[in-house]
Design a protein around this ligand. Structure first.
Ligand code: HEC
Length: 177
């Protein structure tokens, strides 16, 4: 049986109080009531503190907003507008949305390093276009850029290729030596 409810006394004690009131013998029950009330108050305070503490925990939610237009000629502008939120402005993976993701965004400045010193341009362009689907990039958290660039350009394949190539060059320029 659960008798604990915050802010009210358990039925058992109130019933007891009324029963005893009829007989005109209040004192011991009043004491119980007083003890209960202070217990209840401290319980309510503990719960409030726990609720306040959990409310202060930073909770991030990723919102999907309509894609902002950028110049297809600027890899840097596209990177800052579309990628930096997760991968970080410096490409190292600590963008503001990073800690809200299940899979942490990888360090894009280490792509060449992880590939024996050679920047994996084909792999990167396949990932951006969506030919190579990554779990996080293909999930509902993360759109496939190729599709978005395609709809932004009104189905103009040349522009889609230009965007992917310029983004790719920009990411290449971020590689640590
Ligand atoms: C919503 C967050 C988010 C955004 C925005 C984002 N990425 Fe990613 N990206 C990730 C995550 C998470 C992974 C790791 C995915 C996995 O391994 O499943 C990843 C992986 C990658 C990889 C593979 C890296 C490797 O080590 O293999 C590349 C390349 C990449 N992203 C490029 C981009 C580019 C270019 C943009 C912008 C056009 C972009 N990302 C925007 C979250 C994001």
């Amino acid at each position: 049986m659960t008798v604990l409810t915050v802010g009210s006394l358990p039925r058992y004690y109130t019933d007891l109080l009324y029963a005893v009131q009829d007989e005109g013998a209040l004192t011991p029950v009043e004491e119980i009531m007083r003890a209960c009330r202070s217990l209840w108050i401290s319980l309510a305070v503990v719960i409030a503190v726990v609720m306040m503490a959990s409310a202060q925990e930073p909770k991030k939610e990723i919102k999907h907003v309509p894609i902002k237009p950028t110049s297809a000629a600027s890899g840097q502008e596209m990177y800052k507008t579309y990628c930096a939120v997760c991968h970080g402005t410096d490409g190292k993976g600590s963008g503001p949305a990073a800690d809200a993701l299940k899979v942490p965004p990888p360090d894009l400045t280490a792509l060449a390093g992880k590939n024996g010193g050679k920047y994996p341009a084909l792999k990167v362009s396949a990932i951006i276009s969506g030919e190579e689907v990554l779990a996080a990039h293909g999930s509902k958290d993360m759109p496939i850029w190729g599709h978005l660039f395609w709809s932004m350009s009104g189905g103009h394949e040349g522009e889609v290729q230009q965007r992917i190539a310029n983004l790719n060059k920009y990411i290449e320029s971020l590689q640590k030596k």
